[in-house]
Design a protein around this ligand. Structure first.
Ligand code: UTP
Length: 291
């Protein structure tokens, strides 16, 4: 079984749900407490042992490149002020030389198209995909949990969670062949089905391990839901050719592409900080925000 060494981060979307905040700032740079979403995702990949990072960017996304590079003026100023702890934190963001590549998705034609744009850098090997706006809080990184399954069973793996039945039209939904505890054998998948058409309430979240054959299907550039080239449609075409599993990961996922999910993620991560927790609790009490 080939090892997974590369992770693709599609960051070419327009982030329309977050306008005007995302007019000139990438959605992936929105902070959860004090760290941008994209940094959480890159750290998750690294914690799972993946160090080759591929960003699929678009116009107006240069802040992401700057974030993963030196900022000499800032570093110089911090050094002069002996702010060594912050300097240390900034140093940890920097990738090994040459381990990050950037590919431009010239038009935001959909997630499937963004992945297709990475085909030459990925080459003929399995790879991971992480969507930074799906933030997963977990003791064991979500991608690590998935890789453990991949090294046991091979093929393709997607992370899965249960969603309320009435919300299926917001997600890619699985048709289940069989289930043993957290492992689901998939027989079909459909992007954003109406609740009455949904084959289950198991939704795919933004974590994938894929075989390179996905590029053959994406090359057909078929338009799907929302008139976009959908990754789910290409994945559905691979079913039956190689193993395809869903994994009900352990942890909590926040949909940070959505305003409520973003606020909840900020609250959850802030409450883990001893220096912030008291102030937040006091505010909630004082303003009687608990019903
Ligand atoms: P979303 O469906 O959240 O779209 O994309 P979006 O454009 O980012 O945000 P909204 O819906 O307009 O608010 C899911 C992921 O796929 C990437 C996004 O950057 C995000 O990580 N994506 C989407 C691309 O890279 N390219 C695309 O053409 C579309």
């Amino acid at each position: 079984m080939k090892p997974v060494k590369k992770a693709v981060f599609p960051v070419g979307g327009m982030g329309t749900r977050f306008l005007p905040a995302t007019k000139s700032m990438p959605k992936e740079m929105l902070p959860i407490v004090d760290k941008p979403l994209i940094q959480y995702a890159v750290e998750e990949a690294r914690a799972a042992g993946i160090n080759e990072i591929i960003f699929v960017t678009g116009r107006g996304k240069s802040a992401i490149e700057d974030h993963f590079d030196h900022s000499y003026e800032l570093e110089d100023m911090l050094a002069k002020k002996n702010k060594n702890d912050i300097l240390e934190q900034l140093a940890q963001i920097l990738p090994d030389e040459g381990s990050i590549s950037y590919i431009r998705q010239q038009e935001p034609l959909g997630l499937g198209h963004a992945i297709y744009c990475a085909r030459h850098i990925v080459g003929d090997e399995p790879f991971a995909v992480l969507l930074a706006d799906d933030l997963v809080r977990a003791d064991r990184p979500c991608l690590k949990q998935m890789l453990d399954l991949y090294y046991e069973r091979g093929g393709n793996v997607v992370a899965v969670e249960e969603v309320p039945h009435e919300k299926t039209s917001s997600y890619g939904i699985l048709d289940v062949a069989s289930r043993e505890d957290k492992i689901i054998e998939i027989k079909g998948m459909v992007e954003k089905p109406k609740p009455e058409d949904a084959p289950s309430n198991l939704s795919i979240i933004g974590r994938y391990i894929l075989q390179p054959e996905i590029f053959d299907h994406l090359a057909k550039k078929q338009l799907g839901a929302g008139n976009e080239i959908q990754l789910t449609d290409a994945m559905a075409k691979m079913l039956g050719d190689s193993p395809f599993h869903g994994y009900l990961f352990e942890g909590e996922r926040f949909d940070c592409g959505d305003k409520t999910g973003f606020i909840l993620a900020n609250l959850a991560f802030a409450m883990e900080r001893p220096e912030m927790c008291e102030g937040i609790k006091n505010y909630i009490h004082k303003n009687k925000l608990l019903i």
